[in-house]
Design a binder for this molecule. Sequence first.
Ligand code: IPM
Ligand code: MN
Length: 359
Amino acid sequence: MNFKIAKLPGDGIGPEIVEEAIKVLNAIGTKFGHQFDFEFGYVGAAAIDATGDPFPDETLQICMESDAVLFGSIGDPKYDNDPKAKIRPEQGLLAMRKALGLYANIRPVTAFESLIDQSPLKPDLISGVDFVVVRELTGGIYFGEPRGRSEQGDKAFDTCVYTKVEIERILELAFDYAAKRSKRLTVVDKANVLATSRLWRETAQEMEPNHPDIEVDYMFVDNAAMQLIQWPKKFDVMVTENMFGDILSDEASVISGSLGLLPSASVGIHTSVYEPVHGSYPQAAGKNIANPMATILSAAMMLEISLNLTEEAQAIRVAINECLSQNVVTEDLNKDQASSTSEVGDFIAQWIGATTVAI
Ligand code: IPM
Ligand code: MN
């Protein structure tokens, strides 16, 4: 089949890691008889430099007309160190999420057996970990109004807003995920302090009777942050609001051994976006040292979720596991004997090409 994929590499290491994912997708195309046509769009600091806008209309158009979006990363130190900058690369990502209605961000966290020793956590604690963080992505403090500064500039405010409808739709998706997995759902909030969290908890409680086969538990976010590291195996599907999900998913990456291994899918109303959980890692940009696996695993999620190519997605995961067990990894996973970004991509693409698959 033919698929049209929007390619939005963004900033920092984005272009390098997206190139490796494309290499792997092309290997899948050759192997399974598909064609992926990639169309480039500007986003982030690169888009500000080229057009003045971190998410130009043209990029939105490309996304809307594609079957899926493959996204790299955004962010640039020249903006990080300038809190006064009015136009920022991150606005591009947030604008894209809003414009495409991507209200759900799915972040699977698994422990890779061959990397168990890489984690600072005890092996028996993380061996077999397999859970999903479902993060609400278009609401909460990231988007709530009013936000900004007082006239004198000596006061700043952000507002956390959630409507019941927004909470219901993300919870519905999380219940569905739990139904497909081990039927356990943890709702993470701060209902002892925040009004929005109380609405989350109340809404989840109201929805529980409609999902009698799902076992639901509720956890405050501070407690969840602790339990995630202390007993990660107790979690299956965790659903939470935008900011809590952002923080907890970075924390969870410690379990898999590197932030460079965590993929994500952002799904919602229009075209879905597939992107690594990590940022633009500017210190590594252009050096061919960044780990491309999170982006390649995001491409696997794309095949599965948006293109319905389950077997193809599995072929990527098998190749990644092989790569990890043969220790063909970037420096975040092996300081002494690191492979480069492109060597990792080459290995995975070649492995896919070389293995026989029953079609
Ligand atoms: C992420 C990132 C973004 C977020 C930033 C870059 C705006 O940290 O995708 O997790 O906070 O959502
Ligand atoms: Mn983040």
